[in-house]
Design a protein around this ligand. Structure first.
Ligand code: FAD
Ligand code: NAG
Ligand code: NAG
Length: 463
């Protein structure tokens, strides 16, 4: 099923038409949804959006497109915010998903990434090799993703064994995997320059008249309700300002839980990243490497990044937990070993080279790996968008449209259920965070004190 949600035109100030296409390999159906804006949300409503990551910016852009005239985005920093989850040199844009709904959505987004002039300078195509070890962690996810692609007649190519993978992609010189190897490749994949994407989203918002308040005057410290009611009237900021509004959207990523109770439905998990500097000759030699994802360990790489000449790899794993949020910092020794192990299997010639930089960056995970796009249960006019669970970036081109539908309570039922704000995990601890089956490698663990101290000292250079 592909949802292609296009606002054709505003019928009147209070109606919008959203078009969905639902697709199977047999048929294509169009659905029209007439959306009436709720009476509490008309185009003169003052909308205050807290957080200028992809959730906040795409929502601001979408609402502005729909004619909302009074939107202000608040952030600790001018976007691209350096330590936002949405910001880095790169993010994988794949639609290989075990879950059919996310696959459709990611495919819809991929088509935009690869064709829209807005994302022309942000997106690069690259094939993805999705590989795993039969019977191990991630194998079920891989098989389900391939089956979902087949069901939609989307092409993919099975890789019989590691030899077949090396033949298809000669740059992969390592052993890749001991048998039993399972894997396939999908030519329709790529990566986005995340920082450039944020700049594009920010400028698109500015061109539609969205206001921004950044820095201490944009850093929200608390929300004021109307005399203890459930209605929020203002956001208070670090600078001591009071930003009044009628409708509030909390899109503060991993920081959201510092402003309201998230009912044990989000957990910040630290994930390791490594960057290596390439010479000009190596930039050429590695130019066409695929994105290789070992689902059993979560290890994956990006093709080289032209502007920085860095080669990046990361682990999509269970991660590290830490009771309080912290900025990016140095990677843990075991994380570094895992990064090097992955290189040894794929590009062994690089396995012992010093890293330019390593980092821990924070996912905002939910128990099921689903995002949150729903009203906060404690308030009447607070909408929460986020909990990207390590995979939201690729949805950037379509995220705002779904946020807007969710705000109007018009999401397709499957998405409404996936993205509802869950209160049932409250008091159940972190064992409820089981993910979506895509995480590899060792179990999640808490950082010890030494490691925390080290992280606080900041990025480690040239390990
Ligand atoms: C290391 C890493 C790798 C990833 N890789 C991929 C990938 O390859 N593909 C993919 O699709 N997805 C990936 N993701 C997931 C994706 O990047 C995130 O899900 C997404 O960017 C989250 O966006 P956000 O808007 O919710 O949060 P953020 O980008 O973190 O934005 C939140 C914003 O809120 C602001 N803020 C916080 N507190 C306050 C406050 N009190 N007042 C004002 N402003 C505040 C912050 O400054 C920040 O700008 C990855 C994530 C990480 C961390
Ligand atoms: C994934 O990594 C593990 C651990 O390094 C390795 O044993 C396995 O063979 C790898 N599989 C693939 C397909 O790369
Ligand atoms: C809030 O409550 C106080 C004390 O009960 C009252 O004086 C004030 O007028 C109320 N404000 C509003 C906006 O209702």
């Amino acid at each position: 099923m592909t949802h292609r949600d296009k606002r054709i035109r505003a019928l009147s100030p209070v109606y919008f038409v959203h078009v969905y296409e639902t697709r199977t390999n047999q048929s294509l159906q169009k659905h029209y949804l007439m959306v009436k804006q709720s009476s509490s949300m008309d185009t003169h409503t003052k909308v205050v959006i807290i957080g200028a990551g992809i959730f906040g910016l795409t929502t601001a852009y979408q609402l502005a497109l729909e004619g909302y005239k009074n939107i202000v985005v608040l952030d600790r920093h001018v976007p691209p915010t350096p330590d936002a989850s949405s910001n880095d040199i790169s993010r994988v844009i794949r639609f290989d998903y075990a879950d059919g709904d996310y696959l459709d959505l990611a495919h819809e987004a991929y088509l935009e990434w690869s064709s829209s002039p807005r994302f022309k300078d942000c997106f690069s195509r690259a094939p993805i090799v999705v590989a795993g070890t039969s019977g191990a962690n991630g194998a079920l996810y891989l098989q389900a993703a391939a089956a979902q692609l087949t069901k939609r007649s989307l092409p993919w190519t099975k890789l019989r064994d590691a030899n077949a993978a090396r033949k298809a992609f000669p740059s992969l010189k390592g052993p890749l995997a001991k048998t039993p190897f399972i894997g396939y490749f999908n030519e329709n994949c790529g990566w986005a320059d995340a920082s450039k994407t944020l700049v594009q989203l920010r400028d698109d918002c500015l061109s539609l008249g969205v206001s921004f308040i950044c820095g201490p005057a944009g850093m929200v410290t608390s929300l004021d309700t109307d005399n203890g009611s459930r209605n929020i009237i203002a956001a208070r900021t670090l600078a001591g300002d009071v930003v009044q509004g009628n409708f509030f959207i909390l899109a503060a990523g991993a920081w959201s839980s510092s402003l309201v109770s998230m009912y044990n439905s989000v957990l910040a998990t630290g994930q390791v990243l490594g960057y290596m500097r390439l010479t000009d000759a190596e930039m050429q030699a590695y130019r066409n490497i695929p994105i290789y994802l070992n689902l059993s360990t979560g290890w994956f790489n990006f093709p080289p990044h032209d502007d920085t000449k860095l080669l990046k790899f990361a682990i999509h794993g269970w991660g590290y937990t830490r009771s309080t949020d912290i900025p990016r910092g140095g990677v843990q020794a075991d994380g570094e070993t895992r990064l090097r192990d992955g290189l040894r299997e794929t590009y062994p010639e690089l396995a012992d080279r010093p890293f330019e930089r390593t980092a821990v960056c924070w996912y905002s995970d939910t128990p099921s790996g689903d995002f949150i796009m729903d009203y906060h249960p404690d308030y009447t006019n607070l909408f929460v968008g986020g909990a990207g669970s390590g995979h939201a970036f690729k949805f950037t081109p379509v995220l705002g449209k779904y946020m807007s539908l969710a705000i109007k309570k018009k999401l397709p039922p499957a998405m409404r259920d996936k993205w509802r704000f869950r209160t049932e995990h409250l008091g159940k601890g972190i064992d409820v965070f089981k993910g979506d089956g895509s995480r590899g490698g060792p179990a999640r663990r808490e950082l010890c004190q030494d490691e925390r101290a080290e992280l606080e000292r900041g990025p480690r250079v040239k390990l």
